[in-house]
Design a protein around this ligand. Sequence first.
Ligand SMILES: C[S@@+](CC[C@H](N)C(=O)[O-])C[C@H]1O[C@@H](n2cnc3c(N)ncnc32)[C@H](O)[C@@H]1O
Length: 279
Amino acid sequence: MGQIQNPVKDYWSTETYATAVPFAPHLADTLVQSIEFDRTDRVLDIGCGDGKFTTSFAPSVNYVLGVDSSPSMINTAKTLEYGGAATDFRVVDCRHLEEDAEVMNGNWDKVTSNAAFHWILKDPSTRISKLENIFQSMKPGGTFFFEMCGHGNAPEKVTAFMFALVNQGVPIETAEAMCPWFYPSDVYMKNILESVGFQVKKIELYTKKQELKTFENGGGGLEGFMRLIGAQMLDILDSEERKNSAIEQICRMLRYGTTREDGSQWITHVGLRCIAVKP
Ligand SMILES: C[S@@+](CC[C@H](N)C(=O)[O-])C[C@H]1O[C@@H](n2cnc3c(N)ncnc32)[C@H](O)[C@@H]1O
């Protein structure tokens, strides 16, 4: 296995993930239910996180390798039960799958991902090569099914982050460059998947309102969500005081548009789901 040249800073913590984004591992439930698994399947799960999404299909297959850049997430994934499937989990920067020999020689029947490609595909310099690597790693006839955030996802969130950073004196160009999310349209994703050789069987954008629940201990909610998923952007600010001030402003700006009559807070989720095959 080669050396990862630019390790991804670990902004993820299993505990915070479970309270701030408990719905994320279930975003692909509909997609998973539409996939025909075989008992002999070997599956690669890219950006597997804490393994909860992996549990949704692992009992139907023979073997799963889960890869993720977060040591915290991988440590938790190693502790879950996968209904009899053999599993391995390890820390990999998935922008550079070519550096992992087992991933590339895996002979995968299926490759999957949930709620991770909008982070992993952000870097345009590795976007196409990553898809080429996935294509190469699969058996002919193999299925690539994934779910990610798509074009138009939570525009209020993106705008609030940009505004708060600019208000802290960050140039708008820097705020834009720090934005860690890539929300592609279905048309663009179909084009790039086909350009590397996949046959796209189904690809669609969908919109739904997603509740951000606050837990009794005060965790989660709009603030917990913004702090976790925006950690990378907030990192540009050089003190906890400035980060807290930005978060306070972000939540205040979002309050009006996200809060319902009963006080619950909802954000606009746009998902992109796709099923493609390697001919
Ligand atoms: C929202 S979580 C989704 C986790 C899991 N798939 C699920 O459904 O719960 C996004 C995951 O992408 C991972 N990730 C982000 N950038 C990555 C990269 N360059 N390589 C590997 N994993 C990455 C994060 O560590 C995180 O676990």
